[in-house]
Ligand binder design. Structure first.
Ligand code: DX5
Ligand code: ZN
Length: 214
């Protein structure tokens, strides 16, 4: 699955930018609060507006403090998958239950320096694991191959029936790095600059999908 990130889109024309990502499986929306990460993007009112103009399932990536308070609003608004950061969540098990009760899939994300091990039991309550392959905050950074060990570990836990979730990766995915991530066992690839900096985002999506399947 390919999930283009609108972080690299033209924020003045977001509805048009959603229409350009032909063939996207999900649209990835990066919510940043200038506290959990050193950048500020958009929040619930913009997400609500975008949900009205697209049928693409929305993958909201909340890079915010206190997701226990704020995440539920995105689920209630109709986001398909709502991902919170393990480093920021107070009660991640309750959070997952609340997100699911509100009709969304629940995602848990870990930063590059956060180990997977301590979160394995918590992840039994989640539908997606988002492994960050850059420090969260900005698009256009270089892929960190060292996170692939965590991807392989998660893939193993899923394949042996210990976890039941999608493994998603975010940061620095392009036509080269997507092959490494696919080999390590990623199911869903977020790509911002690789899709939106292309002349034809739809073609970029299908090219990425082909590379992942090689
Ligand atoms: C970074 C965001 C990513 C970002 C990826 O903190 O979470 O979703 O948009 O951008 P690229 O694909 O350009 O690394
Ligand atoms: Zn993201």
């Amino acid at each position: 699955m390919i999930a283009p990130s609108i972080l690299s889109a033209d924020f003045a024309r977001l509805a048009d930018e959603l229409a350009r990502i032909v063939g996207a499986d999900w649209v990835h929306v990066d919510v940043m609060d200038a506290h959990f990460v050193p950048n500020l993007t958009l929040g619930l009112p913009v997400v609500e507006a975008l949900l009205k103009v697209t049928d693409i399932p929305m993958d909201c990536h909340l890079m915010i403090d206190d997701p226990d308070r704020w995440a539920i609003g995105y689920a209630e608004a109709g986001a398909y998958n709502v991902t919170v950061h393990a480093e920021a969540a107070g009660d991640p098990v309750k959070l997952a239950k609340d997100l699911r009760a509100a009709g969304a899939k629940a995602g848990l994300s870990i930063k590059p320096g956060t180990p997977l091990e301590p979160w394995i039991d918590v992840l039994k309550h989640y539908d997606t694991l988002l492994v960050m392959s850059v420090e969260p905050g900005f698009g256009g950074q270089s892929f960190m191959p060292e996170v692939l060990d965590k991807v392989r570990q998660a893939r193993g836990l899923v394949d042996t029936g210990h976890l039941n979730l999608l493994v998603e990766i975010d940061g620095g995915i392009n036509s080269e790095t997507i092959e490494l991530a696919a080999d390590a066992g990623v199911d869903c690839f977020v790509a911002g600059s690789a899709v939106y900096n292309a002349d034809d985002p739809g073609k970029a999506i299908s090219a990425l999908r082909d590379r992942a399947a090689r």
